[in-house]
Design a protein around this ligand. Structure first.
Ligand code: NAP
Length: 329
């Protein structure tokens, strides 16, 4: 069957697909242009795609032979699942395999912004480190502080586990509250959004991007945060109103932010990059050799199952297509 892979994958995964199917690859490290994407997908039965690919009703109209879509990401806000289900096309993601890498990065951002790692590195390279002094280059501690996790799923829980090693108090807010015995076991306290935002020293976002979470953190929520608090976003850019965030960072109504994702990725809201109380990363939450290999393999396995009419292990809409209850988040 004909397969389109829209990103550069490890050799091992490319050959696994190539052994069984006629595979066309887009191997440049830049997203496929829309017109080229439309052209390439037209005769394909399988699509292994990236979060930078917009898979909407219009694209699907140009892909009449498509039998499966395998997204190489856990988030699937780039795909119109309803449009795919309507056409009977199973869609899969890659949950779990990127949890630790993303949780590590959220923690790295907390440490980087609170302990001023990027500022310190730049200054040292530029020859600015001339002496040690007691009040020189002070940041704020992460250890022992209060962490507020918004969205307690796989990654949120992994961040909470790491926080225990830093002896942090961990509060959480999520769509579904855990049972009290589970909260006790994991040493987590549930809070409504307002109380979490007003108590936490670090607020870390781990929700998926959905209509409900779009601008979950806006002007009002930022105003609820402490002046000494830091916002960490490794979820999706549009979960935060970036213009409101820039205003809060400029006026120092919050202490700082660590961002891996942006509202109009890869563009940055004007004013953001001029600020020294923010650490900015290029959407690299899952970007480790180990994790990207696992994600590619998992996406390929999902694709191979879908091509032969089997349920992909990480299928998001099988029940929608086949008439059972909805399994999706
Ligand atoms: P997950 O296990 O599905 O966890 C998401 C959590 O958010 C769930 O507990 C969910 O609640 C909760 N939630 C959903 N809507 C909510 C709302 N409106 N208000 C409060 N909580 C809500 O997903 P995950 O694997 O942890 O991944 C989370 C997100 O991280 C992904 O969707 C993706 O966008 C992002 N991500 C980014 C990177 C990166 O490179 N920066 C890497 C990996 C993932 P329920 O329990 O009720 O469903």
């Amino acid at each position: 069957m004909n397969v389109l892979v829209t990103g550069n994958l490890p050799e091992k995964v490319l050959s696994l697909l190539g052994e069984m199917h006629a595979v066309e690859f887009h191997t440049e490290d830049r997203p496929l242009e829309r017109s080229r994407f439309v052209e390439m997908v037209g005769d394909k039965e399988g699509l292994l795609c990236m979060i930078t690919d917009r898979i909407d009703d219009d694209l699907l109209q140009h892909a009449p032979r498509l039998r499966v879509i395998a997204n190489m990401a856990v988030g699937y806000d780039n795909i119109d699942i309803e449009a795919a289900s309507k056409r009977g096309i199973p869609v899969s993601n890659t949950p779990g395999v990127l949890t630790d890498a993303t949780a590590d990065l959220a923690f790295a951002l907390m440490l980087a912004v609170a302990r001023r790692l990027v500022e310190g590195d730049l200054m040292t390279r530029e020859g600015g480190f001339r002496f040690w002094a007691p009040m020189y280059f002070l940041g704020h501690e992460v250890s022992g502080k209060t962490l507020g996790i918004v969205g307690l799923g796989r990654i949120g829980k992994a961040v909470a586990r790491r926080a225990r090693g830093f002896e942090m108090e961990v509060l959480y807010h999520s769509r579904t509250r855990m049972a009290p015995e589970q909260e006790r076991e994991l040493e987590l306290s549930y809070r409504d959004m307002e109380s979490l935002l007003s108590r936490a020293d670090f607020v870390s976002l781990h929700v998926p991007l959905t209509p409900d979470t779009h601008h979950l953190i806006g002007e009002k929520e930022l105003a609820m945060m402490r002046e000494s608090a830091y916002l960490i976003n490794t979820s999706r850019g549009p979960v935060v109103d970036e213009k409101a965030l820039v205003r809060a960072l400029e006026k120092r109504t919050i202490a700082g932010a660590g961002l891996d994702v942006y509202e109009e990725e890869p563009a940055l809201t004007p004013g953001l990059k001029e600020l020294n109380n923010v650490v900015l990363l290029p959407h690299m939450g899952s970007a480790t050799v180990e994790t990207r290999s696992r994600m590619a393999l998992r996406a390929a396995e999902n694709l191979l199952a879908g091509l032969v009419g089997k349920r992909p292990a990480d299928c998001l809409n099988w029940d929608d297509i086949h008439g059972n209850s909805d399994r999706r988040a």
